[in-house]
Design a protein around this ligand. Structure first.
Ligand SMILES: Nc1ncnc2c1ncn2[C@@H]1O[C@H](COP(=O)(O)OP(=O)(O)OP(=O)(O)O)[C@@H](O)[C@H]1O
Ligand SMILES: [Mg+2]
Length: 324
């Protein structure tokens, strides 16, 4: 599979102004994403997991050109799209789309569903007939009945709204769709229905996807590959089956052990995550996970940042325990 995206050394720093630090008052920057290199292959669904604040949404915003990274490149179809301007941006806006966590906050509750969708179609340059056809086709695919179009969006349930968000995102026939916690605000039964829609999208529309989620079970079910982030760095990336069946990085193991359905046992106790995620402004030296890692090696993990290494074909992890 060829790469649709090649992300190289992507970094995003947010300046937080001058702050009091142990070294006195100084300018502080928050490293939300730190020198990330990965690719997204055409036709695949890449899962992105990691605790809150690990940089998942920041990456998504960069990929969609909604945020300009501080450093690095995002090569899309062979062309670096960082800092792109002019007509190329419009083309990107059509081809790259996103669905967010809370559909309620992304629609005007007073506006009629039919009008919302036809406005979007018009924005993408479709005429009335073309728009009507496309909206009908997608509404059918997403299981939205015709009767809904006369309702205001504020009258819809969370599940209906998320279907609507999907229709809206798919109107311009994107090639790439990011789902950023798109299931988290929904009831479990509705989550399952929307999950089925996502899993059908690859087959029915040939979409390439980036699926951001806290839910490892869903990620394992839906994604071809998965990438595990911790404080803005990749800890592990591999085929989803391999990553979940045989996680290599102690952080991935801890995340998997924290899955609620796993029975409490010796292994789970050993690997359960201790403590809080460190402050993204004061990232620990060496491996940034070392302050919480059950396998940390003193004098190595707390001083030297591990390089990403391929420890079996297609399975990469950044951890010193595989290099000693
Ligand atoms: N505009 C901003 N200004 C300052 N800091 C920001 C900004 N946006 C994000 N951050 C910080 O960047 C880090 C990464 O945030 P991001 O939203 O990408 O995390 P996330 O993995 O999506 O988390 P969540 O799971 O909670 O959605 C966090 O420490 C966050 O506080
Ligand atoms: Mg987020």
């Amino acid at each position: 599979m060829s790469a649709m995206f090649e992300v190289k050394n992507l970094s995003v720093q947010f300046p937080l102004g001058r702050m009091k630090t142990p070294e006195g008052r100084r300018k502080v920057v928050l490293k939300a994403v730190d020198r990330l290199t990965f690719d997204i292959r055409a036709g695949e669904c890449l899962g992105v997991v990691g605790e809150s604040g690990s940089g998942k949404s920041t990456i998504a915003r960069c990929m969609l050109n909604l945020l300009t990274p501080t450093g690095g490149e995002i090569v899309y179809d062979g062309k670096n799209i960082v800092g792109l301007t002019g007509p190329d941006i419009k083309k990107l806006r059509c081809e790259l789309q996103i669905v967010f966590q809370n559909p309620r906050s992304s629609f005007n509750p007073k506006m009629q569903v039919g009008r919302i969708l036809s406005n979007v179609a018009r924005f993408y340059g479709m005429d009335g007939d073309e728009a009507g056809k496309r909206i009908d086709e997608l509404s059918q695919l997403m299981g939205i009945g015709r009767d809904i179009t006369s309702h205001r969006s504020g009258e819809l349930s969370g599940g209906q709204l998320q279907r609507l968000a999907l229709v809206r995102a798919l109107i311009p026939s994107p090639r790439f769709l990011v789902a950023d916690e798109a299931l988290s605000a929904l009831d479990v039964s509705v989550q399952a229905q929307i999950l089925d829609l996502f899993s059908g999208l690859k087959a029915s529309l040939g979409l390439t996807m980036m699926f951001i989620s806290h839910d490892l079970t869903v990620t394992e079910y839906l994604c071809d590959r998965a990438m595990v982030l911790y404080l803005g760095r990749i800890m592990e990336i591999a085929d989803a089956d391999a990553l979940f069946a045989d996680p290599k990085h102690p952080y991935t193991r801890s995340l998997i052990a924290a899955k609620p359905e796993i029975e409490l046992g010796k292994d789970r106790k050993k690997t359960l995550l201790k403590g809080e995620v460190p402050d993204a402004v004061n990232i620990p030296a060496g491996c940034r996970f070392c302050t919480r890692c059950p396998d940390a090696i003193e004098g190595l993990c707390d001083t030297e940042e591990p390089e990403m290494a391929e420890i079996s074909p297609g399975h990469f992890t950044a951890c010193h325990i595989y290099n000693i």
